[in-house]
Write a protein that binds this ligand. Structure first.
Ligand SMILES: C[S@@+](CC[C@H](N)C(=O)[O-])C[C@H]1O[C@@H](n2cnc3c(N)ncnc32)[C@H](O)[C@@H]1O
Ligand code: SF4
Length: 420
């Protein structure tokens, strides 16, 4: 993807928008929201399967320095995207529950100083069970966090050890209890299709997870990520994971059990009772706008009629140094072409059970997939088209989503060409 220099002269925070861009920003907001993502790039230890931008600092972290940098970068983003109404804030990582509640509160205060924030904005913080204490959670709640997402991964001690996790089953259960007692909304993550995991074992573990009565669950199939210790073991045959038919049987069981428990998938790996979906993540999948604050964070924002894709310096201390020198840590900023925007909107939207809003795709990019291409995929049982604006991947289609996206992306045509 080509990169262009980042805009170096942002308008002052709160600057008024031209009528045209104000209307465009309002339309974006109404349809998909405006999220603020804040990346905390540190963890107590590095899990052997993880390729997130997360780092261990045995010598300690200068939290005050990072806070100053977050505040500066929020100011920069507010200049880039003035006048937006924030619908969600998401503290992701890394392990954001290693941040002090005071730091979290200061970041939220800065967001509220620079933008207006919706009264019921969703404010999520990711937490590791080993760093959960009731007092700290109450501190986050007082700071404005109203939803937590816990990285539980497994409810079995031996499995947790095999995943290199620092926490035990007992700590995971305690963390879920504290999260539910402290926050109106709590979710937790599990990883399945782990080395040697049988269908029976996953059935029992998922049943236990569902019995903990969450209203939102993220259930990820273990991905062997290049460059991780798990990838090295996998390459030498020392670690094998369910693949092909074995993985798809695990996936089907997951859909069946979560659906029966009232937590159907609203996205490939995310399950919720109705109304409990992560609004922040829906903004990504509905291809809305979001500011990406912090090391390695990505953003998408419409500036002067162009949708910019931004990516920040990943290395935490270099990122802080860049912010100190220039007010932001963004390394790349590319104005996406209409076709690139359509590709991204297809990739994101087809992950959702609600599907892709094709009319919105047209408004964003001026493009839509040709009727013939949709028809062929529908005949194969991979896509469902409601004849108006919603295009959904069927359960069978979700398994071959990349192929569907490729076929639709190669059949994009000007919106005026007509679909029905
Ligand atoms: C940034 S982490 C979440 C918070 C926290 N750092 C933790 O691990 O508890 C996001 C989630 O991605 C999932 N994840 C990370 N690496 C994965 C992998 N290789 N395969 C599948 N899921 C993965 C885990 O479920 C994890 O909770
Ligand atoms: S704690 Fe989370 S972010 Fe950190 S290394 Fe483990 S999975 Fe990755």
């Amino acid at each position: 993807m080509p990169s262009t220099p980042f805009l170096t002269a942002p308008a002052p925070s709160g600057a008024s928008l031209s009528p045209a861009s104000a209307a465009a920003a309002a339309a974006e907001h109404d349809e998909a929201g405006f999220g603020v993502y804040v990346h905390w790039p540190f963890c107590a230890s590095k899990c052997p399967y993880c390729d997130f931008n997360s780092h261990v600092r045995h010598g300690g972290i200068d939290e005050a320095r990072f806070l100053r940098a977050y505040l500066a970068e929020i100011g920069h983003w507010a200049g880039l995207a003035p006048g937006r109404r924030v619908t969600s804030v998401f503290f992701g990582g890394g392990t954001p529950s290693l941040m002090s509640p005071v730091t979290v509160g200061a970041i939220l205060d800065a967001v509220a100083r620079h933008w207006s924030v919706e009264a019921d904005a969703e404010v999520t913080l990711e937490a590791n069970p080993s760093s959960v204490e009731a007092g700290r959670f109450r501190g986050y709640r007082a700071a404005g966090v109203n939803r937590v997402s816990l990285g539980v991964q497994s409810l079995d001690d031996a499995e947790l050890a095999a995943l290199g996790r620092l926490h035990t089953r007992a700590e995971a259960l305690a963390a879920i209890g504290i999260a539910r007692a402290t926050f109106a909304r709590a979710s937790f993550d599990m990883i399945y299709a782990r080395p040697g995991q049988t269908l029976q074992a996953w059935r029992a573990e998922l049943a236990e997870a569902l019995a903990l009565a969450p209203t939102h669950l993220s259930l990820y199939q273990l991905t062997i990520e290049a460059g991780t210790p798990f990838a090295a073991l996998h390459a030498t045959g020392k670690l094998s994971v369910p693949e092909g038919e074995a993985a798809s049987v695990l996936y089907d069981l997951t859909q069946e059990m979560t659906g029966a428990a009232g937590l159907p998938a609203y996205e490939i790996s995310n399950h919720a009772s109705p109304g409990e979906e992560s609004r922040h993540n829906l903004t990504y999948w509905r291809y809305g706008e979001y500011a990406g604050i912090g090391p390695g964070a990505h953003g998408r924002v419409v500036v002067g009629g162009s949708r910019l894709a931004t990516a920040a310096e990943r290395q935490p201390e270099r990122w802080a140094g860049r912010v100190e020198a220039g007010g932001h840590g963004i390394l790349e900023s590319a104005a996406l072409t209409p076709a690139e925007q359509a590709d991204e909107a297809l990739i994101m939207g087809l992950r959702l059970a609600e599907g892709l809003d094709v009319d919105r795709l047209c408004r964003i990019s001026g493009l839509r997939p040709a009727a013939a291409a949709i028809g062929r995929l529908a005949e194969q049982g991979l896509l469902a088209w409601d004849g108006r604006s919603r295009l959904r991947a069927t359960p069978g289609g979700r398994i071959v989503l990349n192929e569907i996206v490729l076929r639709l992306a190669s059949a994009l045509e000007p919106a005026g060409a007509g679909l029905s």
